[in-house]
Design a protein around this ligand. Structure first.
Ligand code: ADP
Ligand code: MG
Ligand code: MG
Length: 499
């Protein structure tokens, strides 16, 4: 097992390489290669920079921090130095964004495909059932979404052994961190401009990241298409949100650059304050809503009562532009991801052969649990698989021995509960030494990274108004944790250093 002793700056800790995880032998830098004094200076400067530039989240230790802005802020967790990433794979990921944008749009138009693919899941998963019910109602009403806005993020890991860029998932609802991530790239560039000489690193190798500007621009363009100068953009939020500054960044840019007002409401507030006019106009607190931007509504906990479901339904019935519509939301489920990986499915939705080949190349093994051969393999070697329910927001997947236990239980029970899950081949990315900053403290650990590429798609009837790659999100997490998002406390926001 390889060992690395932590810097003085953090929790002192010895790293052993995990079973099945290879600690990279040739990192771009190692913990011992950098002068301790330089590290301490960089830590100080980075913490100051993040405070001055709004790279912040609500501090969970402060009671009011999740409810109101301006109190209890702490820097967002970030990596002190950018993560090395091959330029060719970076370009490959960027190249895929407009193709996935188009794919989501095409899939969303096939209501039968969405309903059929999720029909077994519907029987055992109440949350998916409720979403499908809304979708069914829209099909019955023959509801047409002529203006469609997608703000997606496709996430990838680079498999160490095969050197393949493989998709983890595609997020079509509440794709987070577009606001904060572009700041991390700026932070890293700023640090490298000053310290790069000492570290033999060039700040220009950190690609620019315009995620927050591009997402604000997409929302603004959608607002323009709605064509009511008095209407506002509604941001649907959770009542207790610690990642609010990420959202406020987009709202601030909408106001400052585009002159567009936003309002923030929870689903419960929308239920009480909302009104649907006979012509389809949605009013909230008397204000017409041009665009509904969901930063809540993706998890069962967002719907504690019927009130929230009522709000979701009448928003869908309205003429406001939904980001996402119920069809876009469903197109981003893990079940649909797995269906699309089946032979000849992509061909149904995409016309261009080269595009199809590019998308297929980033698909890894994805299976339904009615594939008995795979279930048997997964019981034998559970460490090579991830078991995923139809959930978003992190912390829901099943790993390792729990995969075996759950599969055996499902076999024994002989219910249809297996339809709630998909199986996915586990990806093992390169493990790299990383300086993880959290709560003002630098932890040195080995980390693996996940690269997300943002995409924005806007169309009005036959006119595609925007189909762009919109910057990136790099997240690095301690390699010994299966999962764990930035908010959950295992991962940090990162950027990339092109190699
Ligand atoms: P969510 O929608 O909850 O974010 P994901 O599919 O992104 O669900 O899974 C959450 C996390 O689990 C990912 O960020 C990644 O760290 C890990 N993960 C998911 N799928 C795989 C996989 N196939 N191989 C390795 N890690 C995975
Ligand atoms: Mg997701
Ligand atoms: Mg994810």
């Amino acid at each position: 097992a390889s060992k690395a002793v932590a810097l003085k700056c953090g929790r002192v800790k010895e790293m052993e390489s995990q079973e099945g995880i290879v600690v990279s032998t040739k990192p771009m830098w190692d913990f011992h290669g950098i002068d301790e004094e330089v590290i301490q200076k960089m830590i100080f400067d980075a913490l100051v920079w993040s405070s001055l530039h709004g790279l912040v989240v609500g501090d969970r230790n402060s009671l009011r921090s999740g409810k109101v802005p301006g109190v209890g802020m702490v820097h967002a967790p970030f990596a002190l130095l950018p993560m090395p990433f091959p330029e060719s794979h970076w370009r490959q990921a960027c190249d895929l964004a407009p193709i996935f944008n188009e794919l989501v749009d095409r899939v969303s138009l096939d209501g039968r495909f969405l309903q059929d693919s999720l029909s077994r899941t519907k029987k055992v998963d109440v949350f998916t059932h409720r979403l499908l019910d809304i979708h069914s109602k829209m099909l019955e009403m023959n509801k047409k979404e002529e203006i469609r806005l997608g703000l997606h993020r496709s996430d990838y890991m680079l498999d160490e052994q095969t050197k393949l860029l493989l998709q983890i998932e595609l997020n079509t609802i509440s794709s987070s961190f577009a606001g904060l991530t572009s700041l991390v790239s700026e932070l890293h560039r700023s640090l490298l401009k000053y310290y790069g000489g000492k570290l033999e690193l060039d700040s220009k190798r950190v690609p620019g990241n315009s995620a927050r500007f591009k997402f604000a621009e997409a929302l603004a363009k959608a607002w323009m298409e709605y064509n009511n100068p008095r209407a506002v953009i509604l941001v649907v939020v959770q009542s207790d949100e610690h990642n609010m500054y990420d959202q406020h960044w987009l709202c601030a840019l909408l106001r400052e650059i585009h002159g567009i007002a936003t309002i923030r409401k929870t689903l419960a507030e929308i239920d009480t304050e909302g009104e649907l006019l006979p012509d389809g106009t949605l009013l909230v607190g008397g204000q017409a809503i041009a665009v509904i931007y969901f930063r809540a509504g993706y998890a069962p906990t967002d719907y504690p009562s019927e009130s929230e479901w009522r709000a979701r339904l009448f928003m869908e019935e309205s003429s406001s532009i939904k980001c996402p519509s119920i069809s876009y939301h469903l197109a981003g489920t893990k079940k649909i991801q797995q269906e699309l990986a089946k032979p000849n499915l992509l061909e149904r939705f995409l016309d261009n052969k080269e595009d199809i080949a590019k998308v297929r190349k980033c698909f890894t093994g994805l299976w339904s649990l009615d594939d008995l051969d795979i279930v048997r393999k997964a019981i034998e070697k559970p460490e090579l698989f991830v078991m995923k329910p139809q959930r978003e927001g992190g912390g829901n997947n099943i790993y390792g021995d729990d995969v075996r236990e759950n599969l055996l239980r499902l076999q024994k029970d002989k219910t249809e509960e297996d339809a709630a899950y998909i199986l996915m081949q586990r990806i093992f990315p390169t493990v790299s030494p990383t300086f993880l900053m959290r709560d003002g403290i630098c932890h040195k650990d080995h980390a693996i990274s996940e690269l997300g590429i943002y995409g924005a798609y806007l169309r009005n009837k036959d006119k595609v108004l925007m189909n762009d790659q919109c910057g990136y999100l790099m997240r690095s997490k301690v390699s010994s944790s299966n999962e764990g998002g930035v908010a959950a406390g295992f991962a940090v926001l990162d950027s990339i250093y092109l190699t």
